[in-house]
Design a protein around this ligand. Structure first.
Ligand SMILES: [Zn+2]
Length: 945
């Protein structure tokens, strides 16, 4: 890669990745830009322009000095100039690899009102791509084949405007300057982008990556550890009534109510790994003796002892919080504040000072280290007495005021964390993260027809969808997001205790931060054993994130986008070590191919070993002798509704101890060989490889002990098959005793027909002449990390809406199993390579029936249920075995009926409490005609519009 050729009087600033040439032949100009050694054709521009009350000013005239003046690319360039109206200093500094930051300082010679400033005025025939929110513009992107650059103001507001062939990145400081007063504008950064031509959500992954790095590196992130936070709010009892929110406070700890529950909650949170805890009331809702200042101080002290940092809340422009405004505080009954409703605007210095002084004073008074800001509602303001220009330009002034408040709070303590809440914070992305590092942008909501029977889990999926889409469209680093696992909507068909782990892990798949809200009220209703499980789980994974935080400052993403019906693959890796999260939110299993290369953050990884960290702690088999060859991918079958977490690291060079792959457990030496002590779900077959240190001996026999001892009347074998030895090591399949529980039902027989015709023909018991096929039809593709292997779109009819069925919570037990490996000098066992089971996805072959436009369908399948409850001795609803009928869009379903073993089955619709326009169909197998220990015939009729 060469440099932009230096000409006389043409200094160059930059590095090998980005260079800017400054030409002073005719005035001053940014005369050329080069990224990755290639010149961006036809791009040049004026270094700066400002508009003032006495017209437009730019640096094309007047005397100029440049240091250094020419030659080799420099990392710092200083240009000084003198105009009639002002003296100016422009600095170019290399602030990162391929990133140059510009800074402009002016000293007017007479009083001057600076209305707008543009540190970027790029002339180009082709307009750049501009990323925007509705309130402001984020960055301009210039693209040329495989390289390009971005231009961004280093402030969470800018406007990017094109006039003729010039694009300006501008903002309205609206600053009155006195003669001789020196003033520095917000800086602006130009960064090289390396285009990958892989587009997600409209932007090239290379652009997203460059912006993410810029946001993380332009200003040092405040937190070099995960942000774990909780709040005392108990929204379960929300009832909106006039200006009051809530019904009961009896289960609700605050500084003023229920100190006993507050104490209990404070003791619980650190056990879950939480560090920050936000409490009410905040300074606006308080009065002088409520909350009692000595109680607040004492509570903060007690929190510190527990490792908990406490803090409060304010409602931005609303100030007051309808949930907690016990004393009905208002601006009217606080005349001493000197603020009227008409003053309220973050663009109004008087209001900003009042707000900042109050929240900062309160934080300092009590030693608070968290402040939550809610209800943000910045919009153009037309007030003429707020000291800002009216309309759109007022938005800059308001964001500046908000940032000033955030920075005031941040200055209270190095550990202070401001935490955005609801409102229009997303409008200020991504750069508001510099002042407000923890972005929680909305209370949980769901807008897309995600299929499921647990509200909390569905909200976690929707949050991940929000975080991922905002990462790609607004370039927010994942380290600045948080998912609030909010246990406030407990009205689910299946309980949170079976879903919270998925919710937590699918969140930390993308972000290191976690908020647990209403966790104590949820846990209060759990039995002691489940409480212990919840505590152990969160402690384990919050500790894990703390020790691996460095890897979580970057999230690698391959595979599907959330909601795209494919497994999502997220990775956190550096060098030859990392963790990969495979997230399958859907009701059908999918096979993904994982290639631990640069796309997942791995570099220099040779032969590798894969350890599953969740759901089963075990080493996985990925190749010959269980080891992954250098540079090779491996396939993983990700079961429906599951997150798999795997750790990838270099394989051991030699084995000195027995090493177990494929199943969890241990290998222990016995008098005539070894015993493998393992366990697995009943009926599941697992491939197992035992690598043993090299000796003269081979495995001569593999047999299962009757341990733990089974009752004779229920005795069930544990088959061992496919035994292969190689040297002293051995591979075999083990099927854990008893029948396998059903999960996703994929093999179906389908036939079009109306309800009346089918009933008349007896199809509810048996559908003759039906077509065999696998459902859902769109998932039979191979999913590969190389995008070109995916077949193109095909026409599908309404049958595609039906995604098969899933048996939720079918009875299954873990079977402890002891396997003896006898060793000796001579073995009669088969000798061969030690390989895993081939997990390979099948290609989809289209059947003509898929394109049929019929809207009424009969479909049937069968499944074996190992056990069903009888004689009315039945568990509570939470423990029922259910059938789930996921549809692509359940709102299209006009009618659905089902029969099990020829007997009608009630199909119910679960309307999601957080959006009752969305739903999922299910049926209860307990009390139905489904038989335990037998194969059951399921027939479904449905009509879609
Ligand atoms: Zn205003």
């Amino acid at each position: 890669m060469g440099n932009l050729s230096p000409q006389p009087k043409s200094p160059i600033v930059g590095d090998q990745t980005l260079q800017i040439e400054i030409n002073t032949d005719k005035g001053i100009a940014e005369s050329a830009f080069q990224t990755h050694g290639l010149r961006i054709e036809g791009l040049s521009g004026l270094p700066w322009t400002i508009t003032t009350d006495s017209g437009k000013i730019d640096p094309r005239s007047g005397a100029i000095t440049i240091e250094p003046s020419a030659g080799i690319p420099t990392q710092h360039l200083l240009i000084k100039g003198s105009l009639d109206a002002l003296d100016w200093t422009l600095k170019y500094d290399l602030t990162g690899i391929g990133r140059i930051t510009k800074s402009l300082t002016i000293t007017p010679k007479k009083d001057l009102l600076v209305k707008t400033v543009s540190l970027w005025n790029g002339r180009s025939e082709t307009a750049p791509i501009v990323s925007s929110t509705t309130l402001q513009d984020i960055a301009a992107f210039y693209r040329q084949k495989n390289e390009g650059l971005f231009v961004s103001l280093d402030f969470p507001y800018s406007k990017i405007m094109r006039e003729g062939t010039t694009t300006a990145v501008t903002y309205p400081p609206y600053q009155k300057l006195k003669a001789g007063q020196t003033y520095t504008f917000h800086t602006l950064t130009i960064g090289a982008t390396n285009l990958t031509n892989k587009i997600r959500y409209g932007f090239d992954e290379g652009e997203v990556d460059a912006m993410d790095t810029y946001v993380q590196e332009r200003f040092t992130p405040r937190f070099q550890r995960p942000m774990f936070v909780s709040a005392c709010i108990n929204n379960r009892y929300t009832q909106l009534q006039g200006d009051a929110v809530f019904y009961t406070m009896k289960d609700h700890p605050t500084f003023s109510f229920n100190p006993d529950i507050l104490k209990r909650e404070m003791e619980l949170l650190p056990k879950l790994g939480m560090e920050y805890y936000q409490l009410w009331t905040g300074p606006f809702d308080s009065v002088s003796d409520d909350p009692d200042p000595s109680f607040v101080k004492q509570t903060v002290r007690e929190g510190r002892k527990l490792g908990l940092r406490l803090g409060d809340y304010s409602g931005t422009q609303e100030m007051f919080c309808g949930h907690y405004n016990e004393h009905r505080n208002s601006l009217e009954n606080h005349p001493e504040w000197g603020i009227s409703r008409a003053d309220v605007c973050f663009g109004n210095p008087k209001f900003v000072k009042f707000y900042k002084d109050l929240v900062v004073k309160n934080a300092k008074r009590y030693g608070f280290e968290i402040h939550c800001l809610d209800f943000l509602n910045i919009h153009p303001c037309d007030a003429t007495n707020h000291g800002h220009p009216t309309g759109q330009d007022s938005v800059y002034e308001q964001i500046k005021g908000l940032v000033e408040i955030l920075e005031g709070l941040n200055a209270v303590s190095p550990e202070m964390m401001t935490w955005s809440n609801s409102g229009n914070w997303a409008e200020l992305l991504p750069k508001i993260a510099w002042a407000n590092p923890n972005l929680y942008l909305t209370d949980p909501f769901i807008a897309d027809p995600w299929q499921g029977l647990n509200m909390t889990r569905l909200l976690d999926d929707a949050r991940r969808q929000q975080m991922v889409s905002l990462h790609y469209t607004r370039f927010v680093p994942y380290r600045n997001f948080t998912n609030c696992q909010y246990f406030f909507s407990q009205n689910s068909v299946v309980p949170d205790i079976r879903n919270y782990q998925y919710g937590a892990l699918s969140s930390i798949a993308v972000t290191p931060n976690l908020c647990l809200a209403e966790v104590r009220p949820w846990m209060d209703h759990l039995p002691e054993q489940s409480q212990k499980e919840v505590i152990d789980f969160y402690k384990k994974w919050t500790d894990f994130l703390k020790s691996n935080y460095g890897l979580w400052t970057k999230t690698y993403h391959v595979g599907g986008n959330p909601g795209g019906k494919e497994v999502e693959v997220y990775s956190h890796a550096k060098g030859d070590h990392g963790f990969v999260f495979l997230v399958n939110p859907y009701y059908w299993n999918q096979v993904v191919s994982v290639l631990p290369d640069r796309s997942l953050g791995f570099e220099g990884l040779g032969q590798y070993e894969v350890t599953e960290r969740y759901p089963i702690e075990r080493r996985r088999i990925v190749g010959l002798n269980a080891i992954g060859p250098a540079g090779a991918s491996f396939n993983v079958e990700v079961p429906a509704q599951t997150v798999i977490v795997i750790e990838i690291q270099p394989a051991p060079k030699t084995i000195t101890e027995p090493r177990l792959y494929g199943v969890p457990g241990t290998v222990e030496q016995t008098k005539d060989g070894y015993v493998v002590k393992t366990s697995g779900q009943q009926g599941v077959t697992e491939r197992c490889i035992v690598m043993l240190p090299k000796t003269e001996n081979s495995v001569t026999e593999v047999s299962v002990r009757d341990v733990p001892k089974q009752p004779l009347r229920l005795w069930s074998p544990t088959p061992i098959s496919e035994v292969v030895i190689n040297g002293s090591s051995v591979a075999f399949d083990v099927m854990f005793r008893r029948d396998k529980a059903p999960s996703d039902l994929r093999q179906w027989r389908v036939q079009k027909g109306t309800l009346a015709d089918g009933l008349a023909a007896g199809w509810s018991a048996e559908i003759p002449n039906a077509t065999e096929m696998q459902l859902p039809m769109f998932t039979n593709y191979v999913f590969s990390l190389t995008p070109d292997t995916k077949p193109g779109p095909i026409h599908v009819g309404p049958l595609a809406e039906f995604c098969g069925a899933y048996v939720e919570n079918a009875f299954s037990e873990v079977q402890e199993t002891w396997i003896d490996l006898k060793t000796g000098l001579k073995s009669k066992l088969l000798v061969g390579p030690l390989m895993g089971n081939k997990t390979s996805p099948s290609y989809h072959v289209q059947n003509p029936i898929e394109a049929d436009d019929a809207k009424t369908w009969w479909v049937s399948t069968s499944f074996h249920l190992p056990f069903n409850y009888m004689i009315g001795a039945e568990p509570p609803f939470d423990d029922h075995q259910l059938l789930v009928f996921p549809f692509t869009d359940p709102s299209r379903v006009v009618q659905i009926k089902a029969w099990i073993n020829g007997v009608p089955l009630d199909v119910n619709r679960y309307l999601y409490p957080r959006n009752r326009a969305l739903s999922c169909f299910y049926a209860d197998l307990v009390g139905s005609a489904a038989l335990g220990g037998k194969t059951n015939k399921l027939v479904v009729y449905f009509e879609v519009n």
